[in-house]
Design a protein around this ligand. Structure first.
Ligand code: FAD
Length: 462
């Protein structure tokens, strides 16, 4: 080991890479990390963090409108996009500096450079034009928006990366995609006053989430004024003489908008990194194939986070980093557990979810109980907002184990975090029932749904 420059070299300074570098350095290992763009990675620079700040920004018009029922008169509000962008930039620059400083503070070395593998132990740093060596190498290069080169006029389209920094707020936008990024941006732009159309090729937005939530969110978004066109794809984008964009849809319809944003998936960053030369095995989509401990087919090279295309979420990348440290440096082989991951969609209203959807539970269990409540949250009684909250528990009828918990409504993401604990612990509906309610809250509904709304036995609703 002493023959190498470092005990660990991490490629990619995002959520997973920074965590691994910082913790390994704190253990006394000789660590270096290279980041080619900005420390903090997707989550901090152009993902979770700026996204959530924009979600907050986009919620104000509804807060202003709701205030009237509570006696407030709010003067006509105006919004300045460039102020939001500048304030967001300040905040992410602050976080970026903290990420880098934390690695250095733990004793790690940071490089602002692209890193490319030369051989099993050698890494070429392009910005420094030199090669360094390491005993262990961790690839945490994340992913990027999937391009759509087959779409004529794709060069006029933007992706989530650009959406954060537009020079001006468009008046109209079309967003293509049905995943959480497409749905969140549709809500953000709509909330900021942009005429928004969501175009999705599938039958219903947000595949893999519980169908009840998907349908209810779809309905609510349409009620707010977001146009949602399912079973639809764009077939071509053309610039109009006036500088706008005509999008020809598969339905034959043409939409004229100011911006087209593609959110049709994400692909791993594995190109031109020397991986093939070293013989690292890649999957069909270019993701790095790893074993249960995040080790590639090359003994001393590991990969975590989005680049492995397992579960593309920040806490998962961080968790995989911690498991990697246990395995590689603490002689305690630890496989990340990807089961029952709570998650949120920061749409308006929000989705919070953990565990099995009703459809998935029915496929796996012969007797499933569904507890479902749909009600107007208390805050909307005086605001007069015509919006319902949905809560649903999916329970195994034979063992009473709660298999899934799904919420649509204000603060659903916060609730999903807490529901993650009882579901991970394998608690039963009876445990929920003997938990005292917190009153008056919306969440109390989760412990006061005593009778199943319906059961599904061997696939039949009874
Ligand atoms: C719009 C959007 C919203 C999101 N919202 C959420 C959310 O609300 N909650 C959530 O949990 N997750 C969210 N995510 C997903 C989350 O951002 C990722 O799962 C997470 O960032 C993955 O971390 P990572 O360490 O694997 O990779 P990344 O954070 O992507 O970091 C990889 C880093 O490697 C660098 N890099 C790549 N190649 C090289 C190279 N050869 N040399 C040097 N550096 C290199 C990149 O520049 C990048 O900084 C969102 C993502 C997007 C795009």
């Amino acid at each position: 080991m002493a023959g190498y420059d470092y005990d660990l070299f991490v490629i990619g300074g995002g959520s997973g890479g920074v965590r691994a570098a910082r913790v390994a350095a704190a253990l006394g290992k000789r660590v270096a990390i290279a980041e080619e763009y900005r420390f903090g990675g997707t989550c901090v620079i152009r993902g979770c963090v700026p996204k959530k700040l924009y979600v907050y920004a986009s919620q104000f018009p509804e807060h202003f409108a709701d205030a009237a029922g509570y006696g407030w008169t709010v003067p006509e509000a105006s919004f300045d996009w460039l102020t939001l962008v500048a304030n967001k930039d300040k905040e992410i620059a602050r976080l970026e500096a903290i990420y880098e400083k934390n690695v250095e503070g733990a004793g790690g070395e940071t490089f602002h450079s692209r890193a490319v593998l030369v051989d099993q132990h050698a890494i070429y740093l392009t910005a420094e034009d030199r090669t360094v060596s390491a005993d262990q190498i961790l690839i945490a290069t994340g992913g990027r928006p999937a391009p759509h080169p087959a779409l004529s006029g794709h060069e006029y389209c933007i992706f989530s990366n650009e959406a954060f920094d537009l020079k001006e707020l468009p008046k109209t936008i079309m967003i293509e995609g049905g995943g959480y990024i497409a749905v969140e941006f549709a809500n953000i732009f709509h909330g900021l006053g942009v005429d928004t159309t969501l175009v999705y090729r599938g039958q219903e937005i947000l595949s893999r989430f519980d169908m009840d939530l998907r349908r209810s969110l779809h309905e609510t978004m349409e009620k707010k004024g977001i146009r949602i066109l399912t079973h639809s794809i764009s077939e071509g984008v053309r610039k109009t003489p006036g500088g706008r964009l005509d999008v020809l849809l598969s339905s034959g319809q043409t939409l004229t908008v100011d911006q087209v944003m593609l959110a049709i998936g994400r692909i791993p960053n594995t190109e031109n990194m020397g991986l093939e030369g070293v013989g690292i095995e890649l999957g069909k989509t270019g993701a790095i194939i790893v074993d249960q401990y995040s080790r590639t087919n090359i003994d001393n090279i590991w990969a975590i986070g989005d680049v492995t295309h397992r579960v593309q979420l920040t806490p998962v990348a961080i968790y995989e980093a911690m498991c990697f440290i246990e395995t590689a440096f603490k002689d305690n082989p630890t496989a990340p557990d990807h089961d029952t991951i709570p998650t949120a969609v920061f749409s308006q209203p929000e989705i919070g979810t953990v565990g099995l959807s009703e459809d998935d539970a029915i496929k796996r269990y012969a007797d499933v109980e569904i507890y479902r409540a749909s009600f107007r949250p208390m805050r909307h009684t005086l605001s007069g907002r015509d919006e319902k909250m949905l809560m649903k528990l999916v329970v195994d009828g034979s063992t009473r184990k709660v298999l899934g918990a799904h919420i649509l409504g204000p603060d659903a993401g916060e609730m999903a975090q807490l529901l993650g604990i009882p579901l991970k612990a394998g608690l039963t509906k009876d445990d929920f029932d003997r938990t005292m309610a917190v009153h008056p809250t919306a969440a109390e509904e989760l412990v006061t749904m005593y009778k199943p709304t319906y059961r599904v036995k061997n696939g039949e609703r009874v």
